[in-house]
Every structure is written in structure tokens, then in C-alpha cells.
Design a protein around this ligand. Structure first.
Ligand code: AGP
Length: 596
């Protein structure tokens, strides 16, 4: 996690770094800091909490070169001292880091023995001290930094502002780093979105690449062999000028409503574009879908579509549980990685291992030029635009819809899939109406606000939706919510139901007779034990007496499952508004989990 930003050029770096950090805040919002150069002196400002203006920040000298950082605490609490940048003892250089120095303890002990003292509790300060120790050997700053970096274990990326040379140096390993090439100068950041208004031309650095930025010039080299590289300059498809909430009070609500469009963007692939992956799936022995958190539930949903629509032997693996699959995985298998950020460490690690085993890799990612996309033999994008709220909404439906299109294409029903997807998005209108928002906020959420434990039941096409629905409500409302396959009810879950316990059942349409019957009978059983019952799904069941509340969703064949997740997103949102929680930046979470 954490976000890194840097700029060197002929514009005012103070403002550019500040605005860049605001765009990177989703990566960590415990604390932040900015360092700029004036002559050969470094000036810096650090603060805890959100990136915001402050008279002291305004007093920093105006500069053309600067770096900044947003922190998601790993080593040491949320304090100004622990915030980055960490400046060297003599003030000659200052450093920001994204990642985790796994051998931090050993290195710190070694440095203490050599007489070094530490002000912060961070692993970052350890890097600063190793560089200082190297510099005592009278070597160049660049050499000292490279030597120090090679001592670090784990996934780490650093950016350093060196006062003597007036340069920014940055080295990447594991955690992402992208260089932006603009007319006015060179940008450096953890993602391309943060400098998107300034350029579409980017270089995605490889592991162990170092970039040396001097004014408007840059040089990329590999620190392992010391050789200069001619990196590929990619041009991004989209440029996002303004990332703002528009007419909405929160990014979350904006992103929920955007789903009508984003489902179509994610499925805007013609058959030719899907063909390479379709062919690969056909010749693969087994398809594993890989993801964590919401992306892990999308993996479950896509695997369901692949099995039931395309008859493909597909199953999901939670990224962080990949090890037990190693004995059975073969080079004949295909891995499809699902990720919004494309930088999730838990997903990158198994991909590295599976790639070594000879598996082919495909991915569906939302951000461009990321580590996961670059590792893939088949690269696809959800194209849902920036998702700023930490809780993923539009990207989940985008990933699932893409999986549906892929499965239907494999089944020879590409055209039907496209028309059903269009029909689905049109029929979402009603869910985003004032009437529907009022019902969810004022009837359902006002009832839920005082409850502590909720349960969600789904089955078949709605099993992953129940898990994702529960995660969504947990993340923002901090309520204890569990999603279950309805089949689990009688095997233990029902013991948790007492008078007033909210249970939300996802009811598919009558077409899926067995599943809807099972769900209805499950809801009857919890109602009989006094549960507060909410139904989400096919309108044909909205009048049943067993439901205290009911939200009807459009049921277009199995696509109903994608529509069914939206009421959970809305419940999560309105419940958290009533609770007064921080909607877009919920406590303890970061948008992109780039550390293990
Ligand atoms: C989503 O609401 C979560 N914040 C989280 O579970 C997320 O989906 C997970 O960390 C995976 O991220 P990715 O999609 O960027 O790989």
C-alpha cells in the first residue's frame, strides 16, 4: 500500500505533488508528506490524516522538483515522525518507500551496532541509514542507494530526492512504479491515474529498474547488471482529467450509479478480441480463477459462469490460499487473475509461481500498465474508469459481466450475451431511482442501523453474491455480516438466528426453480425463529408474507446475479451514511493491498 509521487520539470512541483497525493490517497490515508528542493536544501512538510492544505505547507519554497508519499502504516503508529519522507541526518537526501522491509529487524540491529540511532519506528528509516553508511565509503549517491536497496528483503519501492545532484532517484521491486513523460517534465508515481491529467505517455518500470530523473531528462537502468535500458513507452487509452464526485456526496454512490455504463464498457470486446483467450481456454486442462477480497468473489462468479454456461472445468482459488493447489497444478492449466488494481501482492505471488510451473496467464484488470497485466499472456481490461472508493462496486460488476460475456462466447452465444447485457443495464434504471434510494435508506437501513449481526443467504448463481454482499456491508458500516450458501443454514448457521436478527435472502427467478424454492424455504425457517427478513431478487416473490422488506431486481437469465449485488452496495452505502462513517475511506483499509 502507500502511494509515491514525484515530479521534476518546469512547473511548480509543490502543487503537482500535492494534487498527485490527493489522487493516491486511496492507497493509504494515515499520514502523508511532501519534500521539495530549494537550491541545494530540502524542505519538507508532514501531517497525519487526509491530504489537505495547511498554511505551513504553503510556506514551503516553490520548487520544480519534489517527492511525496501517502502512508498506510505497517511499522510504527500513525505519527508525524513515522510519516514519510524520511530525511538523512545531514539533510542531504530524503526518501519515501512503498512496501515492507522483511529483514528490517536484522538490519536495524546491525545499524545500531554501528552506532546509528533511530527517530521513527519505520522500516523506511533503516533504508536511509544504510544509504548514509554506504556514503561514508566515498562512493556516489547512486551507488550507495543501489547497494542499500539490494540489502532489502521483500517487495519494496523507493523514491529519493538528492539535494546535491538535484535529482530524483527511484528503484522498484514488487510495489508498482510508473514514469509519466510529459512536455513539462517527468512524473513518477505508484499509478498512472495520479498523473493522468498531465500525460498519457508512460513507462511501467520492471523489478530492479532504477530511474534517475534530472530536470526533464530521465535514464532507466537495471540495478542488477547496472546496464541502461531503452524502456517501452506506452500510450494510455484513456486520460482522466478530473476525478471528482460530480453531483454525488461520495465517490461510492457515484461509482454505484455508474454501473449502468461500466458493465457495457467492460464487455465492449468483439469476438476477435476475445478469440485468443477463448482458444486458450478450449485447449486448457483446467481453468483457475484467482483473486482476493471482492476480486476473489468475482473469481467465484466467473468460475460459476464458465462451468454453467460454457461447460468449462473452472474453479476459483483465493490468491492467498494458492499453495495447496501447487501439487495438482500443471502447465496445461490456465490461470485467470482478477484484480481492480493489478498490484495486489497476494495475487502477484501465486502468479509468479504458476508462471514458473508453465501455466498460461490471463487477466482482467481495471488499472492500466500494472504488474498483473504485464505478467499476463492474455491482457484484458474492465475499462470501468477510476474507482476511488476503497470498497469496490462498479469493478465487481464489470469483472462479473466480462466473465459472462467470455462464457457466452465460449458457448457460441456472443450476440445473445451482448443484447442481454444491454437489456440488463437498461433495466437498472429503477434501482437508481429516488424511490428506490428512499426505500433502502429510510425503510431498510433505518431498521438495520441498531443491529449488530446480519446474515446473507444465496445459492448457485447467487452464492458469491452473498459473500460479496457481506463484505461490502462490513467494509463501510463495520457491522458484523456473514454471507452463506443457503445450503449451510440447517447445518449450523440457523443456531445464530434469534428474534430480530436480520437475514437477507437472495431469491433468483422461478426459472431456477430449485434454488428459488430452497431460498424461500430457508427464509421461512429463519422467519419462524423471529428473524427480520429482507428479500433481494425476482419481483415475483416480492409479495410473500415471509418478507418484512423486499427489493426487486431485474432477472435476465443468470445475469440477475449481477443485478442482485447492487442492493447490497446501496444498503452498505446508506447504512454507513446513517452511521456517519467515512464512506470512501473506511478505517484500516487501503484500496490497493500491495504488501503481504
Ligand atoms: C474491495 O471492496 C476490497 N477493498 C478488497 O477486498 C479488494 O477487492 C481486494 O483487496 C483485491 O484488490 P484488487 O482487486 O485490486 O486485486
Amino acid at each position: 500500500m502507500c502511494g509515491i509521487f514525484g515530479y521534476s520539470g518546469n512547473k511548480n512541483s509543490n502543487d503537482l505533488v500535492f494534487n498527485g497525493l490527493k489522487r493516491l490517497e486511496y492507497r493509504g490515508y494515515d499520514s502523508w508528506g511532501i519534500a521539495v528542493l530549494d537550491g541545494n536544501k530540502i524542505y519538507q512538510y508532514k501531517d497525519i490524516g487526509l491530504v489537505k492544505q495547511n498554511p505551513k505547507l504553503k510556506k514551503l519554497p516553490k520548487s520544480n522538483v519534489g517527492i511525496g508519499h501517502t502512508r498506510w502504516a505497517t511499522h510504527g503508529g500513525v505519527t508525524k515522525t513515522n510519516a514519510h519522507p524520511h530525511i538523512s541526518t545531514n539533510g542531504d537526501f530524503t526518501l519515501v518507500q512503498n512496501g515492507m522491509v522483511e529483514n528490517f529487524d536484522a538490519l536495524k540491529r546491525e545499524l545500531r551496532k554501528d552506532g546509528y540511532k533511530f527517530e521513527s519506528q519505520t522500516d523506511t528509516e533503516v533504508i536511509v541509514k544504510i544509504v548514509e553508511r554506504e556514503l561514508k565509503k566515498n562512493i556516489s549517491f547512486k551507488k550507495a542507494l543501489m547497494t542499500a536497496f539490494k540489502r532489502l528483503e521483500g517487495r519494496n519501492t523507493v523514491a529519493v530526492l538528492d539535494a546535491k545532484s538535484n535529482k530524483i532517484y527511484a528503484i522498484k521491486n514488487g510495489s508498482p512504479l510508473v514514469v509519466g513523460i510529459a512536455k513539462d517534465g517527468i512524473y513518477l508515481a505508484s499509478d498512472s491515474l495520479s498523473f493522468s491529467p498531465h500525460t498519457k505517455k508512460i513507462i511501467v518500470l520492471d523489478d530492479y529498474d532504477m530511474v534517475e530523473i534530472d530536470g526533464k531528462d530521465y535514464v532507466v537502468s537495471n540495478i542488477k547488471d547496472g546496464k541502461k535500458k531503452k524502456p517501452e513507452i506506452r500510450t494510455l487509452k484513456y486520460q482522466y482529467e478530473d476525478i471528482d464526485k460530480g453531483k454525488y456526496p461520495h465517490f461510492m454512490l457515484k461509482e454505484i450509479v455508474e454501473q449502468q455504463r461500466t458493465i457495457l464498457y467492460a464487455t465492449d470486446y468483439n469476438e476477435k478480441e476475445l478469440e485468443p483467450l477463448v482458444k486458450q481456454i478450449r485447449k486448457s486442462r483446467k481453468v483457475y480463477l484467482l483473486g482476493a477480497g471482492t476480486a476473489g468473489f468475482a473469481a467465484g462468479q466467473i468460475a460459476f459462469f464458465l462451468r454453467t454456461i460454457a461447460k468449462v472445468d473452472a474453479m476459483e482459488i483465493k490468491s492467498y490460499e494458492f499453495k495447496s493447489y501447487l501439487p495438482v497444478i500443471s502447465s496445461k492449466d490456465l490461470i485467470i487473475a482478477i484484480s481492480q488494481s493489478g498490484e495486489t501482492a497476494d495475487t502477484i505471488e501465486p502468479l509468479e509461481v504458476f508462471k514458473k510451473e508453465g501455466c498460461k496467464i490471463a487477466s482482467i484488470v481495471n488499472m492500466y500498465g500494472t504488474t498483473i497485466s504485464r505478467m499476463s499472456d492474455y491482457e484484458y481490461y474492465t475499462n470501468a474508469g477510476p474507482e476511488i472508493c476503497v470498497a469496490s462496486t462498479k469493478v465487481f460488476t464489470a469483472q462479473s459481466a466480462w466473465g459472462y460475456l467470455l462464457s457466452m462466447t465460449l458457448a457460441g452465444k456472443y450476440k445473445t450475451a451482448r443484447s442481454k447485457l444491454k437489456k440488463l443495464t437498461k433495466s437498472l434504471d429503477e434501482m437508481f431511482s429516488k424511490k428506490s434510494f428512499n426505500y433502502i435508506k429510510n425503510k431498510i437501513c433505518k431498521t438495520l442501523v441498531d443491529k449488530e449481526h446480519f446474515f446473507i443467504l444465496g445459492k448457485g448463481e447467487n452464492a458469491s453474491i452473498a459473500y460479496e454482499g457481506a463484505l461490502k456491508i462490513k467494509e463501510i458500516s463495520y457491522k458484523h455480516v456473514e454471507g452463506f450458501s443457503a445450503g449451510e443454514l440447517k447445518h449450523g448457521v440457523i443456531a445464530l438466528i434469534e428474534k430480530g436478527t436480520p437475514v437477507i435472502g437472495i431469491i433468483p427467478s422461478g426459472e431456477h426453480m430449485d434454488d428459488s424454492k430452497d431460498l424461500i424455504s430457508g427464509m421461512e425457517q429463519v422467519k419462524a425463529r423471529g428473524a427480520l427478513t429482507i428479500g433481494i431478487g425476482a419481483s415475483e416473490y416480492s409479495g410473500l408474507e415471509i418478507f418484512d422488506y423486499y427489493i426487486s431486481t431485474p432477472q435476465i437469465n443468470t445475469l440477475g446475479s449481477i443485478a442482485n449485488v447492487i442492493p447490497f452496495q446501496l444498503i452498505s452505502y446508506f447504512l454507513s451514511v446513517l452511521l456517519g462513517n467515512n464512506i470512501d475511506k473506511p478505517r484500516n483499509l487501503a484500496k490497493s493491498v500491495t504488501v503481504k
